[in-house]
Design a binder for this molecule. Sequence first.
Ligand code: GMT
Length: 375
Amino acid sequence: MKIAIVCYPTFGGSGVVATELGLALAEEGHEIHFITYKQPVRLELLSKNIHFHEVSVPVYPLFHYQPYELALSSKLVDMVKLHKIEVLHVHYAIPHAYAGYMAKKMLEEENIHIPMVTTLHGTDITLVGNHPFYKPAVTFSINNSDVVTSVSKSLKEDTLHLFDIKKEIHVVPNFIDIPKKINTFTECQRDLMAKPEERIVTHVSNLRPVKRIKDVIEIFDNIQKKIPAKLIIVGEGPEREASEQLCTEKGIEEKVLFVGNSNEVDKILCFTDLFILPSEKESFGLAALEAMACGVPVISSNAGGLPEVNIDGVSGFLSNVGNVTEMAENALKILETDETLAKFKKQAIEAAMVYDTKRIVPIYEKLYQEAILQI
Ligand code: GMT
């Protein structure tokens, strides 16, 4: 099939999933066209089946807000016609589903019919899309998609609860190439980061309030009071400065390393002993799955779709949002001895297997085929 993928090309989970999906589909022989404003961060290598088309929005001083949706829908029309694209897969409802719908309508004027698959990722529903300013447009775009998917059961329930949805929502969970992750273990350079007796705890996110970085630091503070440990915080975002300040106030700044955005998350996960994700909301928690796939147990909140990914007592532990005391106690249960840590590491990989690329990508392929036949 010839498939166009529209996504945010940034470090966010939705862009990562969209990119990994495109790469996996290209490996299966499909022709993939990424259409977005920048080359996606995880799309390092363009190959025979992978194409990237940049959406440019010329800056015009009259516009206080430059019309990205307009440029995107025009680019979609041009690319669908030029490359005879058969399916349009938009990731993140805002504004991609809206722009995709406009592109479909413009193409229909020329008697070209193409199905649109919309994947809901989380914040497009639970945080941004739910805002009264966007809600009618988001509801319309979802109801006018040919196929709608959500990345977890929890997100499907939230969507049905928050919006007046007339379409069926298929749950297609996020995924990860487990064999590829396991192979990276050979390159571990743990001694660069910590002393042999220190446990390494990691958090990866966009450091937004919803991720509760303060809780990450509180949990780590409790851990390091009991055992030698280091904390690595990967990512950039508005909470970074206040978090660094909190570490200084607690006198643990020497034990906490802020590394910013990184393309080497796998390398960091390779020597990580424990991953912390205490989010307020999390539709799926791709970062937790990435950790588990690298054999890293997870201490997380039980928000949203996290219980579907992190299995309590198996791949790690779940607690109510904000219960940092319990999260630290559970962390220590895992880190206590080399035996408990080894047991949880093994169980984390096993739990991640459910979400291997090989199991999930065929579900998308089937949905595309059905959508093409129905249009
Ligand atoms: O977590 C974020 O703030 C980024 C956001 C995104 O749109 O990229 O992540 C959402 O989509 C990911 C991929 O499906 C999910 O794994 C994250 O759980 C979800 N984030 C939230 O629901 C807060």
